[in-house]
Design a protein around this ligand. Structure first.
Ligand SMILES: Nc1ncnc2c1ncn2[C@@H]1O[C@H](COP(=O)(O)OP(=O)(O)OP(=O)(O)O)[C@@H](O)[C@H]1O
Ligand SMILES: [Mg+2]
Length: 112
């Protein structure tokens, strides 16, 4: 099993959510997050003061999927969230050791 954490622009929430729900994903978690990437923010003028805005609001999707579904899901994220401009976001992928459905105590892929 793999965990996919995709940090994307807030406006990608609806298109990505709908694309995932069309697939047979076991579940998904959406979080409102703040962050910065390489650019470390930008400078803006607010009420006459120059301020550095370095944490931008982003949306994070977390999905745990079967290994065989990893490519399909990352391709959907790239297809929907890529504008080609800086700040499109990132996808982090990690191994998941186990998953337990609390209701039934099933383990592993059966519990996804
Ligand atoms: N190395 C990282 N660790 C944790 N979170 C990160 C990391 N890089 C990016 N993020 C998260 O992803 C969001 C989007 O990052 P962003 O797309 O700006 O990355 P980037 O590397 O600067 O690429 P780009 O050049 O396209 O802007 C950030 O706001 C932050 O929340
Ligand atoms: Mg950036």
């Amino acid at each position: 099993m793999k965990k996919i954490e995709a940090i994307v622009r807030p406006e990608m929430l609806e298109p990505l959510k709908n694309a995932f729900l069309e697939q047979e994903v076991g579940g998904l978690t959406i979080s409102q997050v703040m962050g910065c990437g390489n650019q470390k923010g930008y400078t803006d003028e607010i009420r006459g003061q120059m301020v550095i805005i370095n944490m931008l609001p982003k949306i994070m999707f977390t999905l745990v999927v079967k290994d065989e579904d990893l490519k399909k899901i990352t391709s959907i994220i790239i297809e929907k969230a890529q504008t080609g401009e800086v700040g499109d976001g990132k996808i982090f992928i990690s191994d998941i050791v186990d998953c337990i459905r609390i209701r039934t105590e099933e383990h592993g892929e059966d519990a996804l």
